[in-house]
Design a protein around this ligand. Structure first.
Ligand SMILES: Nc1ncnc2c1ncn2[C@@H]1O[C@H](COP(=O)(O)OP(=O)(O)O)[C@@H](O)[C@H]1O
Ligand SMILES: [Mg+2]
Length: 225
């Protein structure tokens, strides 16, 4: 029996090649971190492994905490390849290109704020929160691409998640000028109390602290422009 049946190429970025297919008969994704020719081979292999291992580490942790994310099917660290569950749906970039009603877009941004707070309550930041790394299926949002994610208690890292998203929305989706406001409102309204997770060695920053750090980062960046 063939374990992996390869399908079409979905994406070829600077860092990774992504293909769809079937792993033991289940819809799956093969993510291959490709070598960068201009980088020193040893450095390259270290960077590839570190991205891949942070991705795997985060996915395993999030899975344990019941946070919705792709399951890992198989890891081939030596060759920089990971096989994981395929999340059905479309990326948020694609969806925001549709003619959306104000109502629908508000619902999406509301859901995004909630899921982001849930992620942060796992003591994890995403690190690359762009609209290509957000998949939507009906009303459900799943975040993917955890290569730059971190387990941390530092408020800066949480604020940066908002800043990356903010810059992406500004640059790519100017038709939704209220997006950030709607995301933040829902992030702040998320009821932490029932969902608060205790971790050794620190506490996860409060939603309010994170948002004010995001505002600080924004003005810091503006000042340097
Ligand atoms: N688990 C998955 N399920 C469905 N689509 C995926 C999955 N992982 C990646 N993709 C698709 O492949 C694209 C690139 O994958 P990603 O992990 O974001 O790689 P990169 O690090 O190059 O951005 C995503 O934007 C998405 O369209
Ligand atoms: Mg990506």
């Amino acid at each position: 029996m063939q374990v992996w049946i390869e399908g079409e190429k979905l994406h070829e970025g600077a860092e990774a090649i992504v293909k769809s297919g079937f792993w033991l008969g289940k819809p799956a994704i093969k993510k291959f971190r490709r070598p960068r020719k201009w980088r020193h081979p040893e450095l390259d292999s270290r960077l590839t492994k570190s991205r891949l291992t942070s991705e795997v580490r985060s996915l395993l942790k999030l899975q344990q905490l019941n946070f919705p994310c792709p399951s890992i099917f198989h890891l081939d660290l030596k060759n920089g390849i990971m096989f994981m569950e395929k999340i059905e749906g479309r990326t948020l970039v694609q969806i925001l290109k549709d003619e959306l009603s104000l109502e629908t877009s508000k619902e999406i941004f509301h859901e995004l704020g909630k899921i982001l707070r849930k992620l942060h309550l796992c003591g994890t930041t995403h690190g690359d929160l762009t609209t290509t790394n957000i998949i939507l299926n009906e009303n459900k949002i799943v975040l993917i691409d955890y290569g730059l994610s971190q387990s941390t208690f530092e408020v800066e890292s949480y604020g940066l998640d908002f800043h990356v998203l903010y810059e992406c929305l500004q640059a790519t989706h100017p038709d939704f000028p209220n997006a950030m406001e709607q995301i933040i409102e829902s992030y702040l309204n998320f009821k932490d109390s029932d969902n608060y997770m205790k971790f050794e060695g620190g506490t996860i920053p409060k939603a309010k602290e994170i948002i004010s750090r995001f505002e600080q980062i924004k003005s810091r960046v503006r000042y340097h422009d």
